[in-house]
Design a protein around this ligand. Sequence first.
Ligand code: ZN
Length: 677
Amino acid sequence: MKKLIGIMMTATLLSACADTPKTTDNFDYTVEQFADLEILRYRVPGFENLSLQQKKLVYYLTEAALQGRDILFDQNGKWNLAIRRTLEAIYTEYEGDRDNAEFKALEKYLKQVWFANGIHHHYSTDKFTPEFSQAYFESAVRSLPAAALPLKEEGNVDELLGDICPVIFNPDTLCKRVNQEAGTDLIATSACNYYDGVTQAEAEAFYDAMKVPGDTMPISYGLNSRLVKRDGRLIEQVYRLGGRYSEAIEKIIYWLDKAAEVAENDHQREVISTLSDYYRSGDLKTFDQYAVEWVTDHSQVDFVNGFTEVYGDPIGLKGSWESIVNFKDIEASHRTEIISANAQWFENNSPIDTAFKKEEVKGVSAKVITAAILAGDCYPSTPIGINLPNADWIRHIHGSKSVTIENITSAYDKAAQGNGFGEEFIWSDKERKLINEYGFLVDNLHTDLHECLGHGSGKLLPGTSPDALRSYSSALEETRADLFALYYLADDKMVELGLLPNKEAYKAEYYRYMMNGLMTQLMRIVPGKDIEESHMRNRQLIARWILEKGADDKVLEIKTRDGKRYVVVNDYDKMRTLIGELLAEVQRIKSTGDYEAGKALVENYGVKVDRDLHAEVLERYGKLNIKPYKGFVNPVYTAVTDANGEITDVTVAYDEGYAEQMLRYSTDYSHLPTYND
Ligand code: ZN
């Protein structure tokens, strides 16, 4: 599970003066802007203090991470590699006018495709609309030497154009990557490439039939494969060496094996070689074995690498490929260690029904990490927190590992300084001051609590199926984790444990959360659309529920001043009580698998957009030069070798541009064939 960035990181974005230097540490966090995106860069503080062996380990894992990029492109849509390679060929080889509007539009489109790892928006999953004409595109393609193009058949440019032009230009073809709209065949109406020729009913029946009744340690059925129908039969194309994506997997294994040689200890070596075995065999039992070993590995250098999150599959089975390499920020981790050490206290004192509490909270391991590389589904758009593994039984028996990625949250925060957001949307100086003073701290603490305790708390009653909530499960799970975090931010325990300086600080997060959930997050929604993304549904669900339930006491209001609407919190104490009540209800829904109640909560509070308010937010937001989505370029690691080829040091540089990095990755880390049937 991932904690995604909210609309903003808060702390310092309020400094008003336009000519205030963007950052105080002489590091340029901003790279470029296009479409609705801003590209940032992040630092990797502390890398230079790692031992040589750790640096080598990071370096090899980094290489293993970058090798999987094409896998995600192909998972996100079957024409993505063909389209990306064609666009890149034009971008690098086209000899016509590169300054006219058509070429500029094509460049923008390519940058969007790079960002989204495909032709659908990374967040809304709607297909991008090209702002260049099909005639222009075709003539640009035809002007290139055939050898530069990803052709199926030698010399056959017509076939290429016939394949990809409708996909790019026809708004009705493959228009949505992940369709969540109930009432249709979610697989047939989704453009993602996890299924081919298979209906939703067939896929669900196929995987239901695999389940062994009474199995308390079920494998993650379908996680690492594409399900296709060939000659009337359903076949799983497993992602493994010798199977689907073999060319990329072979490279990943190569670098993992090198990493295993310089592992920090035997346990970690076992983790890495078990992962390597899993990539060789594709056996999901080996994947579970790896996950169990991984969750109990507490070395300083750590990583995620594999088919992990299932948000990209409309029925939530297939894992998209991703990797993050990181190392523990030992000093900042004191904060999460305090939380972990008190995990049982939090569980015991949570406002949920005793029947749903865990008697024994196992192995909640939380740390603050420094990301060294982002890849696959974590790049360029990246989460700010991660909690893995996803298998419920592993979490129950072995616990989970939870991280807050603080060099990323810090980069967001620094890049947002002085952008005018706070002046425009925050009700008064009182809230601005609170957020200025405590915003960064409570935001990070929220992430810690969400990841480290929120997702791990509570239990299912015996007999409750983990998929009982079906398509609402992600939104409800995120709701539960957020409520848990919000509830405890306001607890005396936070001050007692030294995590917050006083009983005022939490209000910064309460205010920010409600403002975001009721109003400002709407800037990510296209006019006329409803909310689909799980984390956004969860935030609106909480805020709208509290607005309604607290209406009589005016706990939370939307007030108008000078024709503009603002979120106003009148009673923080009552707000916390309501948060506790909603947490109890959402936990009940999860523990008992109450699908109807879960559906009602999400549909009534989390999905529908107030059109009028939405228009106002977009209008006010449009006047600020802030992009709704951000992502990162990676640093560049270089191995320094001696005369014998031995690595003597690994250096890190922050000077690579966005297009430069994408093109380098497409050259150096692109091994999959364009067409993978
Ligand atoms: Zn989460």
